[in-house]
Write a protein that binds this ligand. Structure first.
Ligand SMILES: NC(=O)c1ccc[n+]([C@@H]2O[C@H](COP(=O)([O-])OP(=O)(O)OC[C@H]3O[C@@H](n4cnc5c(N)ncnc54)[C@H](O)[C@@H]3O)[C@@H](O)[C@H]2O)c1
Length: 699
């Protein structure tokens, strides 16, 4: 496809989207809609490089569906509504599915689900329907055929009728059993459906390795899973640690004289779980009536980010097989099921300009300003680009249409520019040579990705250092937020960290918006911060490469903060998890006269600069250290660590002979291997850890 074709079809997509939003689409648009949808399906299924968001695709798809409903004579057999996406490659032999692998109808809100329920009730003549609700796994669909209890074939969904035969790759996925006793349920041949996924941790590790090797990271775990299934090297597939959930018994034949022992979808999920598959048996719930279904979908969406794998919605299925048969299917989807899609996480937008932010250590962070776009329930208009290398590697230009992703708590980022959509008006990004705040020339130290301003009096840096010092995880001074710091700085009331402890409260009291009460609160918060434990002060100083955990390691190693100045780089490196980079940075900080003067000043102002022995908390973990590895399923990592600290224990940063407990979640890696070699370390599962906490736990 040439660039002109591409820009024509993009233009056409935009026009149709606008018409769809304005409800101005007519049957005259039907052919254009079809060809545009076919084009985007090819980009999505075959190239794994979509040019529009799923929501935009679905909007056009729904418009076509509505038009065809209005004018059934205009439906053609090759219409996108009459088939599922094209996903056949030329790399594998193809095999027919025993029954077609269809898509799902989509819903986006409670009203859509109520309409679906109404339709089902009307078609079946039932007053209430029993539904089985389960997560919609966001990976690549597969079909597995078992004969005489043996896995004989694994295929992709392909075009829904035929799929790529990828049996050798499928055999590498450990959660897919090679034998499963279907015969115990009277079944001779079974075709089951599932989704292949790569969990978030493995995806991250995989992308990190790609980046390290100089490659481009993959956009999301779904692309990673579907791409991996199609590589022609089964051992490499095995190394990528794919996982599979199976969620549907699509077809089966019975052994002569036998009878099936299930009559609902929920029962088959349990059966597959008992046969050794990973089915959503633990996640599924069966409800009578749609209201409880809606509530469960909302609850699941709220907890989506805590799952170790990606889901993009829920699937609601009529539970009773007899009712499913009565409802039947269209050429595109079964009428007895619907997907409830969560809010989208990706969208396209236009890159308008780059702003440059000065960090507290003088690093210059480019921030892309994009046309405001809704992603995952929030409006995104600023996206960090981290450093100049990211811009160069991704070849991002002003005026580009960019694919923006925002997943859960993760800050939004630019996946890539859509190079195909360039029309020549885009301009390369020219990195500044001088600090945008103080105009000093910028430096880029060797082996670093960031340009820096090294003027420590640079106003932007002063502000950032103050923001960091008072922040929640540092000295936690409430009432001294960014807006107040900026205001006081502007008025000349605050220009350095010690200045916080010398604030002129009288002057502040006379400012607009500050009553006697708020001034008193601020004074009390500042006063209280003086007794924060030493590790918070170490963190608050904003030493490069020293995060919260490292600050604890450093603070625990000394009596007085000044003692850190006496440690050589070698001595620092002997501390847990301190590498050469951290050691060099800490050493440089404490050998600097300005830093020592700052510490002396803070000590004179009454801040805690010594490491007082911790009073006994009487907690049951007193004196014990814990480390967590792998993905926890019941607790969030931060929650688990908090529980340890609450009980008087400490959280270690690595495996060593000083560690007492290693708590192991799913997919634990090298830490577990290392810990197994040290006999004194007790290895606990998450459940064992929770029972150790005992009755205090209410999670
Ligand atoms: N952005 C684009 O350009 C573009 C292009 C084409 C398609 N799409 C997206 O893809 C969607 C269509 O893709 P699709 O046909 O794969 O449909 P889908 O992804 O919306 O839903 C169907 C699929 O869900 C999967 N699934 C996961 N968990 C399941 C469970 N528990 N039970 C049943 N199925 C489960 C199955 O693989 C099934 O094939 C569109 O709605 C659109 O959002 C986007």
């Amino acid at each position: 496809m040439t660039r002109t074709d591409l820009s024509a079809i993009t233009q056409q997509t935009k026009e149709l989207l606008k018409k769809a939003t304005d409800k101005a689409i007519t049957t005259a648009d039907i052919e254009a809609l079809r060809s545009v949808l076919r084009f985007h399906e090819y980009r999505y299924y075959v190239l794994s490089e979509p040019l529009v968001s799923d929501f935009e695709y679905d909007t056009l798809y729904k418009s076509l569906e509505a038009l065809e409903k209005e004018a059934p004579d205009l439906v053609t057999p090759d219409s996108p509504t009459q088939r599922v996406g094209q996903g056949l490659t030329k790399d594998f032999p193809t095999v027919p599915h025993l029954v077609p692998m269809l898509s799902l109808d989509n819903s986006y809100n409670a009203d859509d689900l109520r309409t679906f329920d109404k339709r089902v009730r009307e078609a079946t003549g039932k007053e209430v329907i029993e539904y089985c609700v389960e997560p919609k796994f966001d990976g690549a669909s597969i079909s597995l055929v078992y004969e005489n209890d043996k896995l004989v074939r694994g295929a992709t969904r392909g075009d829904g009728v035929r799929g790529d035969d990828i049996t050798p790759n499928i055999r590498q996925i450990r959660s897919i059993p090679l034998t499963a006793a279907f015969s115990a349920h009277g079944i001779h041949t079974a075709e089951i459906r599932g989704e292949v996924l790569i969990n978030k941790n493995n995806f991250k590790a995989f992308n990190d390795a790609l980046i390290e090797g100089g490659g481009q990271p993959l956009a999301n775990p779904r692309n990673a899973a579907s791409g991996t299934l199609r590589i022609k090297d089964p051992l490499e597939v095995g190394r990528r640690k794919l996982e599979a959930f199976v969620y549907h018994l699509g077809y089966y034949t019975l052994i002569k004289g036998q009878q099936e022992d299930f009559s609902t979808h929920g029962e088959t999920l349990k059966m597959m779980w008992d046969l050794g598959f990973r089915s959503p048996e633990k996640e599924k719930k069966v409800f009578t009536g749609i209201d409880a279904v809606i509530e469960y979908c909302n609850d699941f969406e709220a907890g989506r980010d805590d799952l170790p794998y990606e889901i993009d919605g829920m699937v609601i299925k009529v539970n009773d097989f007899a009712l499913q048969d009565r409802l039947g299917m269209t050429t595109h989807h079964p009428r007895w099921a619907i997907a409830y899609k969560f809010k989208a996480r990706q969208a396209t937008s236009k890159l308008l300009r780059i702003d440059y932010q000065v960090g507290r250590t003088g690093n210059i962070g480019p921030v892309a300003k994009v046309e405001p776009v809704h992603i995952g329930g929030v409006t995104v208009s600023s996206v960090s680009l981290f450093n100049e290398d990211v811009i160069r590697e991704k070849d991002i230009r002003i005026g580009d249409t960019v694919l923006v992703e925002r997943a859960g708590d993760v800050i939004p980022y630019i996946v890539k520019p859509l190079v195909e959509l360039r029309d020549g008006s885009e301009t390369p990004i020219v990195f500044p040579t001088h600090c945008p705040s103080c105009s000093d020339p910028l430096f880029r130290p060797e082996e670093e990705a960031a340009w820096r301003c090294i003027n420590i009096a640079c106003p932007a840096q002063v502000l950032e250092r103050l923001f960091h010092f008072v922040s929640k995880d540092a000295m936690d001074i409430r009432g001294l937020g960014a807006a107040n710091i900026e205001k006081f700085h502007k008025l000349g009331l605050l220009s350095s960290i010690p200045g916080i402890y010398r604030l002129n409260f009288e002057a502040i009291g006379s400012l607009e918006g500050f009553g006697a009460k708020s001034v008193e609160k601020l004074r009390a918060a500042i006063e209280a911060s003086k007794t924060q434990p030493l590790h918070r002060l170490v963190f608050a100083l904003g030493i490069r490469h020293v995060g919260e955990t490292m600050a604890k390691t450093l603070a625990n190693a000394v009596q007085h903060i000044r003692d850190l100045a006496a440690l050589s780089e070698e001595q620092l490196m002997a501390l847990e998890d301190v590498g050469p980079k951290v050691a060099a940075s800490v050493h440089a900080f404490f050998r600097n006269d300005d830093s020592l003067a700052l510490i002396a000043e803070l000590e004179a102002l009454g801040l805690t600069v010594t490491n007082a022995p911790k009073p006994s908390t009487g907690g049951s973990f007193e004196g014990q250290s814990f480390l967590f590895t792998g993905t926890l399923n019941r607790l969030k990592r931060s929650q688990a660590e908090g529980l340890v600290e609450q009980q008087g224990g400490t959280v270690a940063s690595g495996v060593s002979s000083k560690l007492q407990y290693l708590v192991v979640g799913t997919d634990a890696g090298s830490k577990l291997e290392k810990a197994k070699k040290i006999a004194s370390i007790k290895i606990l599962t998450e459940d064992e850890f929770i029972s150790l906490i005992g009755e205090g736990f209410e999670g």
